[in-house]
Write a protein of this length. Structure first.
Length: 301
């Protein structure tokens, strides 16, 4: 069973070691917070939160899957793991370090803090074919809902977790279809606000450099806040999958629920709800007890 403070007796300093490593990494790399948050999502969605994405076992390694394009932060996890191994060898899983690092990353971006359940064990498989079903920017809202539901996550969780895009950047690579070849008729996605379209096209010109990066939360790419939801409402979503959240009655209602006059009184808080959704995501397909293993090095079995 997962529990908050699972290492309380066996490795009491693990959480401070991980947060120290994350803070140190952030001092020299301002992009590390979003990268670490995304890493946890990509780990949990393939084989559960089991550190499978960390394995480097050749060209068939899961981490080389197309759906994991741009995922990183491995070196930070490995560094934290090495420091943890030095004080409590063989006790703390890589999967837990990923989950802790994601929490610390959110906090560094001034997002909500929350208790991370620990006690995950590391998985024994890594295969890129297992990552074929990752949510994709071009997925319809029905596909996105189905992929989240399959992991035990609701439509509300889909909205909240997508709002992780309040921090971080995307490569123009993921914008090409939306800007220049939107289905079914070509051209650009009509849901893009006309005041935003020229800006997007200027940043990601047709046949331009697909490695150019832009904030996914226009005007607020470094702060963890609800601006992303406001942007989605007003046609300023950058990713197509985020824009799709406003094309569906149910997910639209979830987005809007954070802006109603009543919502503060009903206790609807984006930050608190996001934190709860992260805890739920952290439970996907976990190995516990005597299942799986505790790796010594996160990149190898
Ligand atoms: C709903 C389905 C999702 C889709 C289709 C999606 C897609 C993407 C794409 C295309 C990028 C840009 C990657 C790059 O160019 O490097 C990205 C970045 C990111 N995603 Fe998602 N994402 C989804 C859900 C999530 C979830 C659930 C989380 C975390 C809870 C998350 C966290 C992030 C973060 C923090 C970044 C920024 C990474 C960086 O700055 O390097 N995403 N996502
Ligand atoms: Ca995994
Ligand atoms: Ca933001």
């Amino acid at each position: 069973q997962l529990q908050v403070g699972f290492y309380g007796q066996t490795c009491p300093n693990v959480e401070s070691i991980v947060s120290g490593t994350v803070r140190e990494a952030a001092a020299s790399n301002q992009n590390i917070a979003p990268v670490l948050l995304r890493l946890h999502f990509h780990d949990c969605f393939v084989q559960g939160c089991d550190g499978s994405i960390l394995i480097e076992n050749g060209e068939k390694a899961e981490r080389h899957a197309f759906g994991h394009q741009g995922v990183g932060g491995f070196e930070v996890i490995e560094k934290a793991k090495a420091e943890v191994e030095a004080v409590c060898p063989g006790l703390v899983s890589c999967a837990d370090i990923v989950a802790l690092a994601a929490r610390d990353a959110i906090l560094l971006a001034n997002g909500p803090s929350y208790d991370v359940e620990t006690g995950r064990r590391d998985g024994m498989v890594s295969n890129l074919s297992l990552a074929e079903n990752m949510p994709d920017v071009e997925d319809s809202i029905q596909q996105l809902k189905a992929k989240f539901l399959e992991k035990g996550l609701s439509e509300k969780d889909l909205v909240l977790l997508s709002a992780a895009h309040t921090i971080g950047t995307t490569a123009c690579f993921f914008m090409t279809k939306r800007l220049y070849n939107f289905s079914p008729n070509g051209g650009s996605d009509p849901s893009i606000n006309p005041n935003f379209l020229p800006e997007l096209k200027a940043t990601c010109p047709e046949n331009g450099n697909v490695n150019v990066r832009l904030a996914m939360d226009r005007g607020s790419g470094e702060a963890f806040d609800s601006q992303i939801l406001q942007n989605i409402r007003s046609g300023f979503a950058v990713l197509q999958s985020d824009a799709n959240l406003y094309r569906d009655e149910t997910t639209k209602r979830v987005v809007d629920s954070y802006f109603g006059i009543l919502s503060p009184f009903l206790g609807t808080s984006f930050e608190a709800d996001f934190a709860n959704a992260m805890v739920k995501m952290g439970r996907i397909g976990v190995l516990t007890g005597s299942q799986g293993t505790i790796r010594r090095v996160c990149a190898s079995f």
